[in-house]
Design a protein around this ligand. Structure first.
Ligand code: ATP
Length: 369
C-alpha cells in the first residue's frame, strides 16, 4: 500500500462501489431504539460524516460499524460479507477515539509501532514503518523517542492517527476526535485530516456534533435525528436543499416564518406581515401552510429603489462582528431576522434604523410546516 501518493480521482461515470452496506440497522436498549432502521451504502474511499445532536444515536451507530456492539436487527456487510458478529479485532477497520487511548508511558514511536508489534513485525521494520507514518501525519522524526505525554494535544492527535494507520485498516472510524481541541488547532487538523484522507485513499467515517467540521472535511454528510438518518448528501446538498425543518435549522442560523394560502391562492405571512412569492417545495407536496427559510447571507437590506421578489419592513436593533462579515439583527414585528453583510458594505442610513429587508424567491426554501 502506498500511503503518500494521492488517490486516483473518482470517475464520475462509474460511482465508487459500496464498501459497507447497512440494511435495516436497529439497536435497542431495553425497549428504547437508539438506532431505528438505518439503510446506508458507504462508498469505498469516501469521507462520510455522521452529524446530529446529542443523543441522536451517532455513537451507537459507530459502535455497531466498528464491531463493539451487535445490531438488534438488520445487517452490516463489508465487501458483501455479513459482519454483524465479527469482533473489532477481526475487522479491517480501526476506531480513533476522542480520548485517543494512547499508552502514556510509551514514546511516540512505540505508540505508533504497537499494531505492528502485535502482528509480529521485526523491530527494524517497525521503526521504518513508524517513521514513514510520522511523515504522513507531519510529525518530526525527532519525536520518535519523545514520551507521548510530553506532546501537545494536536501532536497526540497525530500520534493516534499514525497508530490507526499502522493497523492498515480499510475503514477508519473517528469518534469526535477534535472535540477537546482549541479552535485554531481544530481548524488546522480538519484540513490535515482531509489531506490525509486524500493521500491514503481510505474510507473515513467520522462522527461529530459540529456541522462546521463536517462541512469542511466530508464528501457526504448524514444527518441523524432520534435514531434515524434523515438526510444523506454532499455538503452542498445538505446546506442548499435541506429535506426538512430539522436539517435546515441544524445546518446553521436561519430566518424562518410561517405562511398560509389565502382564498386567492397567494401565500400570506402568519407571523410576519405581507404576501410572498415562494418556490414550490422541493418535495413536490401541495401545501396550504408552509414554513419559509431564508439564510442570513441571502437576506438583503434594500437601498431605496432596489427591487426584490419579497420585502419586509423592520428595525435594526443589534449588530455583531463575524470577522469578515457583520450580522445585523432586525426586528420585524415580534420576530428577529438576521442579515449578514460583508464588512465595508454600509447599512443604508436612516435616523431611526428602519430598513427594508428583501430576498428573491429562488434564495429561499419552502418546507412543510
Ligand atoms: P452524543 O453526541 O451526546 O455522544 P450520540 O448521538 O452519540 O450522542 P448515543 O450515544 O448513540 O448518541 O445515544 C443514543 C441514545 O441511546 C441516547 O438516548 C442514549 O442515552 C442511549 N444509549 C446509548 N447507549 C446506551 C446503553 N448502553 N444503554 C442504554 N441506553 C443507551
Amino acid at each position: 500500500m502506498l500511503l503518500t501518493s494521492p488517490a486516483a480521482l473518482p470517475d464520475p461515470a462509474s460511482p465508487p462501489k459500496p464498501i459497507l452496506q447497512l440494511v435495516g440497522l436497529r439497536k435497542s436498549f431495553g425497549g428504547f431504539d437508539a438506532v431505528q432502521g438505518i439503510d446506508l451504502d458507504v462508498r469505498e474511499g469516501e469521507f462520510l460524516t455522521i452529524v446530529g445532536p446529542s443523543g441522536s444515536g451517532k455513537t451507537t451507530l459507530l459502535r455497531m460499524l466498528a464491531g463493539m456492539d451487535t445490531p438488534s436487527e438488520g445487517n452490516i456487510t463489508l465487501h458483501g460479507e455479513l459482519i454483524n458478529d465479527v469482533p473489532p479485532n477481526r475487522r479491517p477497520t480501526c476506531l480513533v477515539f476522542q480520548s485517543l487511548a494512547l499508552f502514556p508511558h510509551k514514546s511516540v514511536g512505540e505508540n505508533i509501532a504497537f499494531p505492528l508489534k502485535v502482528k509480529g513485525v521485526d523491530a527494524a521494520a517497525r521503526k521504518a514503518r513508524a517513521l514513514e507514518l510520522m511523515r504522513v501525519v507531519r510529525l518530526p522524526e525527532s519525536y520518535f523517542d519523545k514520551n507521548v505525554m510530553k506532546c501537545s494535544g494536536g501532536e497526540r492527535q497525530r500520534v493516534a492517527l499514525a497508530r490507526a494507520l499502522a493497523y492498515d485498516p480499510e475503514v477508519l472510524f473517528f469518534d469526535e476526535p477534535l472535540s477537546a481541541i482549541d479552535y485554531k488547532l481544530k481548524k488546522t487538523l480538519e484540513k490535515e485530516l482531509k489531506d490525509l484522507h486524500r493521500e491514503t485513499g481510505k474510507t473515513f467515517i467520522y462522527i461529530t456534533h459540529s456541522l462546521e467540521e463536517a462541512m469542511v472535511m466530508s464528501d457526504r454528510i448524514g444527518v441523524m435525528r432520534a435514531g434515524r438518518l434523515v438526510q444523506v448528501g454532499t455538503p452542498e446538498e445538505i446546506y442548499g436543499a435541506p429535506v426538512d425543518r430539522f436539517v435546515c435549522e441544524f445546518v446553521g442560523e436561519v430566518n424562518t416564518f410561517q405562511v398560509k394560502r389565502g382564498p386567492d391562492g397567494a401565500w400570506n405571512g402568519t407571523d410576519v406581515p405581507g404576501t410572498f412569492t415562494l418556490q414550490p417545495p422541493a418535495s413536490g407536496a401541495v401545501l396550504d401552510e408552509a414554513f419559509v427559510v431564508v439564510r442570513p447571507e441571502f437576506m438583503r437590506i434594500l437601498a431605496p429603489g432596489e427591487s426584490a421578489d419579497n420585502r419586509l419592513e423592520g428595525v435594526v436593533y443589534n449588530e455583531y462582528s463575524l470577522g469578515s462579515r457583520i450580522q445585523y439583527q432586525v426586528r420585524v414585528g415580534a420576530k428577529v431576522m438576521l442579515v449578514e453583510l460583508s464588512r465595508g458594505r454600509a447599512l443604508p442610513s436612516s435616523a431611526d434604523r428602519r430598513v427594508t429587508l428583501g430576498w428573491d424567491a429562488a434564495d429561499a426554501f419552502t418546507l412543510e410546516s
